[in-house]
Design a protein around this ligand. Structure first.
Ligand SMILES: Nc1ncnc2c1ncn2[C@@H]1O[C@H](COP(=O)(O)OP(=O)(O)OP(=O)(O)O)[C@@H](O)[C@H]1O
Length: 282
C-alpha cells in the first residue's frame, strides 16, 4: 500500500525515455446481446498500452465505446476475447478471489460519484478498507484521514454526501478510490456533472495525484478541453475500435481523425499560451 502521509518531492519533469508499460489490453473484444436478438459489438479488437505515470485519455463520440473499454481495464466488463494485464498480472487469467485482490491496485471514479448516501464521508472512504480487512480501526482512521487530507476535505469527515457540492462529492470518490493505495486510477467522465471552475480544480487534483503519488490515470471524456488539459497520451475511439493514439506533446505528426486533429490543435494552443505567459514574465 502506498504511503500518503509523506509526499515525495514536487513534480519532476518527465524522463526522456518512456517508462515501462503498466497496463496492456491486447486484442480485446466485447459484444452485448441486444434485447430483440443479435449482438452489438461495443469494443473491437482493441490493443493499447498505458505506461507507468501516464495520464491516458480515451476520447470519442457518444456511444463510441469509451466507457465499455474503460470497464475492461478492471474487468467490470469481461472481454469476450483478448487479455487485460495490469501491473504484471493478467487479470483475465485470475480466479475470482485473486481478481478481488488485484482490483485493490485499480481505483475507479464515475460521473455520478456513486457514494453511499446514508454513510458519512469518513465511512464512504473507510468502506473499501473495511471490506478487504487486514486493518484495525486505528489504522483505518489514519488512512481515511490521509486520503481526505489529500483531497482537502479533512473537515468534512462527518458530513453526508447530500451536504456536499458536486466537486466535493467527486473528491470524496477520489479519496475512496485511493484508500487501498492503487497504482492505477480509472476515471469515467469524472467532470461531466461539474461546472467549469470545479472541473478545473478537480483536474488539478488528478494531476497532483498523478505527479506526487505516481498514480497512473486513465480518463474517459468527450470533452477536448478536459483531456487536452491533463493527458500526455490519448486514444481516439470510433465504433469500438482505436482509430489512432498519440502523445499530445508530439505536435509534428498529422492526425488521422477529426477528434485527433482538434485535440492536437487544442494542446498546441495550450503550449503556445504557456510559452507566451513565460515570455511575458521573462
Ligand atoms: N450492458 C449493455 N448492453 C447492451 N448494450 C450496451 C451495454 N453497455 C453499453 N452498450 C452499448 O455499447 C455502446 C458503447 O457504449 P459506451 O457507454 O461504452 O459508449 P461511450 O463512448 O462511453 O458513450 P457516452 O460518451 O455516451 O457515455 C453503446 O451503443 C451502448 O448502447
Amino acid at each position: 500500500m502506498r504511503n500518503l502521509t509523506s509526499f515525495p518531492a514536487p513534480p519532476t519533469p518527465p524522463p526522456a525515455t518512456p517508462r515501462p508499460t503498466l497496463i496492456r489490453i491486447a486484442g480485446a473484444n466485447k459484444t452485448f446481446a441486444l434485447p430483440k436478438g443479435g449482438d452489438f459489438h461495443a469494443v473491437r479488437d482493441v490493443t493499447l498500452e498505458v505506461r507507468e505515470g501516464d495520464i491516458f485519455g480515451l476520447i470519442g463520440k457518444s456511444g463510441a465505446g469509451k466507457s465499455t473499454l474503460l470497464r475492461l481495464f478492471n474487468l467490470l466488463e469481461r472481454p469476450d476475447s483478448g487479455t487485460v494485464t495490469v501491473d504484471g498480472r493478467e487479470l483475465t487469467a485470475l480466479r475470482k478471489n485473486e481478481l478481488r485482490d488485484a482490483r485493490r491496485n485499480i481505483g475507479m471514479i464515475f460521473q455520478q460519484f456513486n457514494l453511499l448516501q446514508n454513510a458519512t464521508v469518513f465511512d464512504n472512504v473507510a468502506f473499501p478498507l473495511r471490506i478487504h480487512g487486514g486493518m484495525n480501526a486505528e489504522q483505518v482512521a489514519a488512512r481515511v484521514a490521509d486520503c481526505l487530507a489529500l483531497v482537502e476535505l479533512g473537515d468534512k469527515a462527518d458530513s453526508y454526501p447530500a451536504q456536499l457540492s458536486g466537486g466535493q462529492k467527486q473528491r470524496v470518490a477520489i479519496a475512496r478510490a485511493l484508500a487501498s493505495g492503487p497504482a492505477v486510477l480509472l476515471c469515467d467522465e469524472p467532470t461531466s456533472a461539474l461546472d467549469a471552475e470545479t472541473t478545473r480544480a478537480l483536474l488539478g487534483t488528478l494531476q497532483d495525484i498523478n505527479q506526487r503519488l505516481d498514480v497512473t490515470i486513465v480518463i474517459v471524456s468527450h470533452e477536448l478541453s478536459v483531456l487536452g488539459e491533463i493527458c500526455n497520451r490519448v486514444a481516439v475511439i470510433e465504433d469500438g475500435a482505436v482509430a489512432e493514439q498519440f502523445d499530445l506533446a508530439d505536435t509534428s505528426a498529422v492526425r488521422k481523425t477529426v477528434l485527433g486533429r482538434e485535440l492536437a490543435q487544442h494542446s498546441a494552443d495550450i503550449i503556445e499560451a504557456q510559452a507566451r505567459k513565460e515570455r511575458a514574465h521573462a
